[in-house]
Design a protein around this ligand. Structure first.
Ligand code: FES
Length: 174
């Protein structure tokens, strides 16, 4: 008969002990991060510093029909290289519930630059061939970032930006 059962004093399986130690450490770390978040957050750059932060984007690697997402001041920015067909279609329409000519939303018709936050409650819309669809409540935007349908009240916002060269924009500078 084998000596069995745990009498409370028997050494535990080392692998199990290591696993429990790892889990405990992970939970402790998560708790520490959560507890420290207000403190960590307070260490972020001040609003003044953020307001001065610019993001430079090289456009040369974004092919027609492609979109790139970059970060600017903690916000996602969509940069869409529009095709000739998309440019023509957007110029022929004023959008939907927040009418605006496409020409007022771009500095160069090939390039649409918008803040990638749905104007309803701030979700990040998903790109499709017609524009964007917000996954949260179904707002639909066209390839000018104009709201067509759904609960979003207005078009996607446009950040300040400027063309430093034909192939480079600086977001945050107008
Ligand atoms: S957050 Fe986009 S539709 Fe509600």
């Amino acid at each position: 008969m084998t000596a069995s059962s745990d009498d409370g004093n028997a050494p535990q399986d080392p692998a199990r002990r290591d696993f429990l130690g790892t889990v405990t450490a992970a939970v402790a770390t998560a708790g520490a991060v959560a507890a420290c978040w207000p403190f960590i957050s307070s260490m972020n750059p001040s609003t003044d510093v953020l307001a001065e932060a610019n993001t430079e984007v090289d456009l040369s690697g974004i092919a027609a029909g492609q979109m790139q997402t970059v970060a600017w001041q903690g916000k996602p920015i969509f940069i869409l290289h529009r095709t000739p067909d998309e440019i023509t279609a957007m110029a022929a329409s004023n959008g939907g519930k927040d009418p605006q000519p496409d020409g007022q939303r771009v500095k160069n018709p090939q390039w649409l630059v918008v803040i990638a936050l749905c104007t309803h409650m701030g979700c990040i819309p998903n790109k499709n061939s017609e524009g964007w669809l917000c996954p949260c409540h179904g707002s639909v935007y066209d390839n000018s970032g104009r709201i067509l349908s759904g609960p979003a009240p207005r078009n996607l916002d446009i950040p300040p930006y400027t063309f430093a060269t034909a192939d480079k924009i600086v977001i945050g500078k107008s």
